[in-house]
Ligand binder design. Structure first.
Ligand code: GLU
Length: 547
């Protein structure tokens, strides 16, 4: 019996050959091709978006193609919803693939773009390897493999299925055929020709030139349960046939490079460029560790949507850890899109990309402060529709009023920076809404003036004699000052500082009384604007209720 008989026995229905697929998916004539290849795990890790940004940057800046490939060879989970999540995250950040398969629609000529639909293709490639004697069925049971590992660990040997430990590679074809026919379970392993003692040169676009040991492991390329390939083999087939030119993936894959290099060489396929991205790490106290889905909510993209961070802020925060020179470039080119930035993999940190929520918050504050009020209104409304019925109701009561509130100290040279994300808006502006104002347990943040009679005197005097909603801002402030003179407060802070004993307090103390009486807060955006928006009768109503 020959290898061909073995291959036919394992894959009786596979008639297409590797050459057939080469013709079906021809070379793209040098076009740059990147791909994001997430596994549908039910959440989108921040590392996925970080890599997709790089994929998209490289593809777009080279007029290339950005592919979304779903790697669902581990079919233990519900895939449909998980794919929706991936799609949502990519589209939310405008990382729109050029080729993909979503909601039953396939775009692109190099699909299918979902691995579980590519079984026949993988089988043709595996069949070829069996025919040329470079793959074989392995019948070792889990127990035997566990035993092997324990023995190797015990003897301080390198663990794995290689060399003399690769028992099944020595079975004759007849023995293999007989075992298969008798119904024994098997996986398919690659038959390595490598020598671990031999080094080869490998260039990674981030890490530079490396010397790695050749692979000598007969690693599994097809699993027994669902007959789907392992990651290593799927990477070979998919990235070759999709004509991927740049593989951007986490550096946890770097140790698998020798396996991949041997596979590509066995088929005589050109190796793509590899960009192994550093792990995203974070500071915890004095130590630094990998960002983790289990410990860090910010490791999952839903954190940013739930908290209402604008997408530009998230992208910016990731760009700052993608390339060390990005921030400088951005400061010099404040009006350019990050898509115009010249990404350079050699400028990635090779020791880890330090992600910092404080940094995100400060970028986000800055970005939101520069937005037009109407844009903050619309974006926060979109957010509220999904995540906050309370803010949604506030906005729906009167969109124009809400926009006017957002417009206080905005659309000016130095706008107010107090909104970090949309989830905090309600907490910043609730006092502008009577229903909220009246129903909350309020604590008035009185400062220097706390005496109730004095507060009443200031408010009565002010609203009886001085306040006029039609005043412009200067007149408004002058009148507060005039009242200060009348009531024995310094209308000028300098005068007060010189001779504090001459006065009951100063103009700031008096404004605070007005501010707190209307909003309960000692620190708010511009009081003049707030009063204008509230209007006299609502202000008076509030004041009448102070006890
Ligand atoms: N499915 C793999 C992962 O999620 C993809 C790695 C790659 O991009 O090749 O890690």
């Amino acid at each position: 019996m020959s290898n061909k008989d073995l291959a036919d026995l394992i894959f009786p229905n596979i008639t297409k050959t590797v050459e057939d697929y080469e013709k079906m998916y021809p070379s793209r004539n040098g076009q740059v091709v990147t791909r994001i290849a997430p596994s549908p795990t039910g959440y989108m890790h921040i590392g996925g978006i970080y890599q997709a940004i790089i994929d998209n940057l490289i593809a777009k800046s080279n007029k290339g193609v950005f592919i979304l490939r779903i790697e669902d060879t581990d079919q233990k989970r519900e895939v449909k919803e998980a794919v929706d999540l991936i799609k949502e995250a990519l589209y939310r950040y405008d990382l729109i693939p050029d080729e993909y398969e979503l909601d039953g629609e396939t775009v692109g000529n190099y699909g299918p773009y979902v691995q579980s639909e590519r079984k026949e293709i993988y089988h043709a490639f595996i069949k070829h390897l069996i025919e040329i004697g470079r793959a074989y069925p392995c019948f070792c049971k889990k127990d035997a493999l566990d035993e092997l590992r324990v023995m190797q660990e015990h003897k301080k040997l390198r663990t794995g299925y290689y060399g003399k430990y690769a028992k099944c590679r020595n079975l004759t074809v007849d023995e293999m055929i007989q075992k298969i026919k008798s119904g024994e379970e098997y996986v398919i392993r690659f038959k390595s020709m490598g020598d671990f003692e031999h080094k080869f040169k490998f260039h990674d676009e981030v890490k530079g030139d490396l010397e790695l040991s050749q692979n000598d492991e007969d690693f599994v390329i097809m699993k027994s349960d669902n007959l789907l390939p392992t990651y290593h083999f799927a990477h070979l087939v998919d990235d070759h046939l999709m004509r991927t030119t740049h593989v951007i993936r986490g550096e946890e894959w770097l140790s698998s490079v020798p396996k991949h290099v041997e596979l590509f060489e066995t088929f005589n396929f050109e190796l793509p460029k590899y960009i192994h991205t550093p792990l995203i790490i974070k500071k915890e106290g004095n130590s630094i560790r990998k960002i983790s889905k289990r410990k860090d909510p910010e490791a999952t993209m839903s954190y940013y949507s739930e908290n209402g961070y604008p997408k530009e802020a998230v992208i910016e925060s990731l760009m700052t850890i993608i390339n060390s020179n990005y921030e400088e470039w951005h400061t010099q080119n404040p009006d350019k899109s990050y898509l115009e930035f010249n990404y350079d993999p050699s400028k990635m940190s090779s020791s880890g990309a330090l992600y910092d929520l404080e940094k995100l918050n400060s970028l986000s504050k800055d970005i939101i402060s520069k937005k037009k009020a109407i844009d903050v209104c619309n974006e926060s409304y979109e957010w509220a529709k999904k995540y906050s019925s309370s803010l949604k109701e506030m906005i729906e009561q009167d969109k124009e009023y809400y926009t006017n509130i957002l417009n206080i100290e905005r659309e000016q040279e130095k706008p107010r920076k107090d909104i970090v994300n949309y989830s905090m808006i309600e907490n910043l502006i609730w006092y502008m809404y009577d229903d909220k104002f009246n129903s909350r347990d309020k604590e008035y943040e009185w400062k220097n003036i706390t005496d109730k009679d004095e507060i009443k005197l200031i408010l009565d005097t002010y609203f009886d004699k001085y306040y006029d909603i039609n005043d412009d801002k200067d007149t408004w402030f002058n009148k507060v000052k005039l009242m200060c003179d009348e009531l024995g407060y310094a209308s000028n802070i300098k005068d007060y500082k010189k001779e504090p004993e001459k006065y009951k307090g100063n103009v700031a103390d008096v404004s605070t009384v007005i501010r707190v009486s209307i909003t309960t807060k000692s620190n708010t955006p511009d009081l003049y604007e707030i009063m204008k928006l509230l209007g006299v009768s609502r202000i008076k109503d509030r004041i009448s209720k102070i006890k």
